[in-house]
Each structure stands twice: as structure tokens, then as C-alpha cells.
Design a protein around this ligand. Structure first.
Ligand code: C2O
Length: 497
């Protein structure tokens, strides 16, 4: 476990988390990367050290702290080509930021190309000693993290044009693949009679996972760093980039129980211990569980998630009545090679967008990725709606997508699978599933432009992001902001030299 003031070395290493050896790009030489644990209010000083040298994958890098707002520290957001130049081999980059009032479950990952699919992903948790929901659980530490990820036997640069089919699902960095060895599975240890806060991280490059624990219900208490009114469910869909905290009461007979994370990829089954981990009570034999999953009588309903505190969505409570209303329509050209938003494919600019803004090019120019930058005025309510689109005939390959906005949590006034709008107590989160075209979904969310900076907004399917499924929300590039941001450290500018 690392603290908020730490070095984070990015290295190449050959590992076999599912029994198949491959070269990887790892934070701290482990998969998933080490937990970065902080207390609410802590200052972060994370020095990313690039030790990469395997040229079969990217040897430059950048590390993004997913869900951290980076208020007044946009330069530290870690987004290659948006807020910084990539860190070159043997280079370092010190991220200095404070998450102010944020607490909850976050994660970090490479934000360069599809590099996190090669391994660079890990958890970041900000613990709140005054958590208002603390009465609900007894244990919440590094042992209660549940990191869900997909895993590939091919290196990411060989996969850019698809197909985007993972070889295995890993839970806490362990798993099995079809036809592979009986590689060890992750074990989550509990003691009968205690209540556990499990922090689930959807550290996926592509799939979403249906998460269940045999014999146990789960009480959701957090979505993406925002505590929610407790809701009891039997299963949770976890999309790429999303996090949940759940409380699980170890109130069952002492034994072993399957934890399942079934992927939407049909080659990922449960057979042979794939897509699973073991919930083991103290005193249970060291053996695989024999349990069956229960009936899903309490299905997950995202519209049933409401913030624990905080008021209604900002602005006039009617669809399309925010100060700024933006419709973003996803699309696709040329197989899966080029995603579009409003018919434009995002292409990395030669100079990071933030650097362009600081040097005075705050209006669309040749440099900013043309048609991909949405300039937003300060202190206004913005409503974004996105119709779902599966993008491929039959809908099997493209979606459902989950989209993420940097620099904010947003109020999801219309969730997938629901055609009603809730401006009264919508769930607040930073990554949302767009649902299915077949269901007529049109996911809609709001936020206030109270955090100046160019913030990336993109599909969190890393392959889709690599292929252009992104835009930039250039929030309030005002003169005052530009002056303030010019105070970014000299070493930040030096990255681009
Ligand atoms: Cu989790 Cu733009 O990223």
C-alpha cells in the first residue's frame, strides 16, 4: 500500500496472472497496481517514474487519477495530449494535487493510447474518518478491494483495430482462460459475523461485468466516489471505469462462496473457475466453493440510486432547459477503426489542448482537434444527452458503452433503461453506461462549469477511446484561469520539450 506522497514506477515485466506469460506495462511491477491510500484532505504528491523500455508496447506513458476533480490542478490530470505531453522513457512527472472534499473509491490508469490494457491500472482510495455510513460496516481496508479487469494475451498495439476480445477476466489480478491451467484464483477472506465494505473497481478495457456473490446480498453505499442512500441488490453491472462500494454481511454458514464477475463477452464463461474469485470464511477448508448463485430477486436498478446528501440537479428541472444543452451522438466509420461523436473522430493534437489554451489559442484553431473541442462558459449548468448506439449490426461488438467526464461528477437525470427524467435526486457519478439503442435509451446528465480546464470526455472502453470516441470539454478558458494555470510547474512545460 502506498501513501499519497510516493513514487510510482512504471515498468515492463513478464507476468502470468491467468497462467499465460506475456510482457506488460505495470505500476509498481504488480497487477493490479498497488493501492494508493489517502485520508480525506490529504495532499497528493505522486511522482510517476517511467522505466519502460519494451518497444513492442508504448514506452511513453501518462497516469490519470480517475474521478479526482483536479480543481486548480488541471495540469496534473495525467491525460496525454489533453493536459500534458507523454512522459518519455527515463522521465518523471510529479503530480501535485489535493482532492479537497472528495472521498471514496477511485483508480488510476495509463491515459496514453490503450496502454492500460497492457496492465497499468490500480486502485486509489480516499478514506473518510467521518464517513456518515461508517455505522454500516466493520472492515474497510486493502483486503476488501475487489478489482475487476479484463486481460489480453496480445499486446495492445497489435489489437488497435479489433477484435476487442479479452482472453480472461481477472479479479484482484488472478483468473483463468479457456483451455488454460487451473491458475490460482483470488481469495477474499472474511470472518463470520463481521460486515465488510467491499470496494469494487471496474478496471476494464472493454467488457462490463455482472457482479454477484453466491449466498450474499449486497448493499450499495457508493457509486464513483459519491455515497448513495443504501440499496440492497443481488447483482451489480460494473462498467469500464465505474466503482461501487457495497456492504456485505458475513452472516452465512462458515464456508467458501463464489464471487462472480461474468463478462458480456460470450467467450468468458464461469466454467472451470473462470471469471470468479472465492469468498472464504475464517475456518473454512482451503478448497473451491460448491455454491450456486441465488435467484436474482433484487435486480440492480440505477434509477433507484440516490445521493446520500446533496440537493437536486442544477438548473431548470426540464430536459433541454439547462444554460447549455449539448447532444452528443456516437457513431462509427470503417469497421471498429474509427469512432465518432457528432461525426468527428478525436485525433491527438500535436500539442496538448491545455498548452494551446495557455498560449492563447483558446478558440478553435488548426491545432485543437477540429470539431472535438466544446468550449463551455463559466458557472453555467450544462446538460449533455447521448443516445445509445450499438454501432455494429446486431449490436454485439460496439456497446453498451460507458462514458466518463474528467474534472466532475455529474447528475444522471436520465439513466439507461429508464425513459423518465429525475431532476430531484439523481445519482451523481463520473462514469455512466449509455444503455442500448434497442431500449431507446438517451442517457442525460448535468453538471456546473465550476472547474476550469480542458476535461476529456470519452468512452471508457479503452479500445474505443484509442479509436477516437472522445471530445474535450474546454471549460471556461478565461483570461483569469489562464493566468492562474500558467503557474503550473516548469517541469510540466518541460514534458513537451
Ligand atoms: Cu479513467 Cu479519461 O479516464
Amino acid at each position: 500500500v502506498l501513501g499519497p506522497v510516493t513514487d510510482l514506477e512504471i515498468v515492463n515485466k513478464i507476468i502470468a496472472p491467468d497462467g499465460y506469460f506475456r510482457p506488460t506495462v505495470l505500476a509498481g511491477g504488480v497487477f493490479p497496481g498497488p493501492l494508493i491510500a489517502a485520508q480525506k484532505g490529504d495532499d497528493f504528491r505522486i511522482n510517476v517514474v517511467n522505466k519502460l523500455n519494451n518497444t513492442a508496447m508504448n514506452t511513453t506513458t501518462s497516469v490519470h487519477w480517475h474521478g479526482i476533480f483536479q480543481h486548480q490542478s488541471n495540469w496534473a490530470d495525467g491525460t496525454a495530449f489533453i493536459t500534458q505531453c507523454p512522459i518519455k522513457p527515463n522521465g518523471t512527472f510529479l503530480h501535485v494535487f489535493n482532492a479537497r472534499n472528495q472521498a471514496g473509491t477511485f483508480w488510476y490508469h495509463s491515459h496514453l493510447s490503450a496502454q492500460y490494457c497492457d496492465g497499468l491500472r490500480g486502485p486509489l482510495v480516499i478514506y473518510d474518518p467521518d464517513d456518515p455510513l461508517k455505522y454500516m460496516y466493520d472492515v474497510d481496508d486493502a483486503s476488501t478491494l475487489i478489482i475487476l479487469s479484463d486481460w489480453y494475451h496480445k499486446l495492445s498495439p497489435t489489437m488497435y483495430t479489433g477484435p476487442f476480445v479479452p482472453d480472461a477476466t481477472l479479479i484482484n489480478g488472478l483468473g483463468r482462460y479457456t483451455g488454460g491451467p487451473l491458475s490460482p484464483l483470488a481469495v477474499v477472506n472474511v470472518q463470520q459475523g463481521l460486515r465488510y465494505r467491499f470496494r469494487i473497481v471496474g478496471a476494464s478495457c472493454d467488457p462490463w461485468f455482472n457482479f454477484t456473490i453466491d449466498g450474499h446480498q449486497m448493499t450499495i453505499i457508493e457509486a464513483d466516489g459519491n455515497e448513495v442512500e443504501p440499496v440492497v441488490v443481488d447483482s451489480i453491472p460494473v462498467f469500464a471505469g465505474q466503482r461501487y462500494s457495497i456492504v456485505v454481511n458475513a452472516d452465512q454458514p462458515i464456508g467458501n462462496y463464489w464471487i462472480r464477475a461474468l463478462s458480456n463477452h460470450l467467450n468468458q464463461t464461469f466454467a472451470g473457475g473462470q471469471s470468479s474469485a472465492i469468498l472464504r470464511y475464517a475456518g473454512a477448508p482451503i478448497e473451491d466453493p460448491q455454491t450456486e448463485h441465488g435467484p436474482y430477486v433484487l435486480p440492480f436498478d440505477e434509477s433507484a440510486l440516490h445521493p446520500l446528501s446533496g440537493g437536486p440537479a442544477p438548473g431548470i428541472p426540464e430536459p433541454g432547459k439547462a444554460d447549455v444543452n449539448i447532444l452528443l451522438i456516437p457513431g462509427l466509420r470503417g469497421g471498429q477503426a474509427q469512432y465518432t461523436i457528432n461525426n468527428v473522430t478525436f485525433v491527438n493534437p500535436p500539442l496538448p489542448v491545455l498548452l494551446q489554451i495557455l498560449s492563447g489559442a483558446q478558440h478553435p484553431s488548426q491545432l485543437l482537434p477540429n470539431g472535438s473541442v466544446y468550449t463551455l462558459p463559466p458557472n453555467k449548468t450544462v446538460e449533455i444527452s447521448m443516445p445509445a448506439t450499438e454501432l455494429t449490426p446486431g449490436g454485439a461488438l460496439g456497446g453498451p458503452h460507458s462514458v466518463h467526464l474528467h474534472g466532475h461528477a455529474f447528475d444522471v437525470v436520465r439513466v439507461a433503461g429508464n425513459s423518465t427524467y429525475n431532476y430531484v435526486n439523481p445519482v451523481k457519478r463520473d462514469t455512466v453506461n449509455l444503455g442500448l439503442q434497442a431500449n431507446g435509451d438517451n442517457v442525460t446528465f448535468r453538471f456546473v462549469t465550476d472547474n476550469p480546464g480542458p476535461w476529456f470526455f470519452h468512452c471508457h472502453n479503452d479500445w474505443h477511446l484509442h479509436n477516437g470516441f472522445a471530445v474535450v470539454m474546454a471549460e471556461a478558458p478565461s483570461e483569469a484561469y489562464i493566468q492562474e494555470s500558467k503557474a503550473a510547474p516548469a517541469y510540466w512545460y518541460d514534458l513537451c520539450k
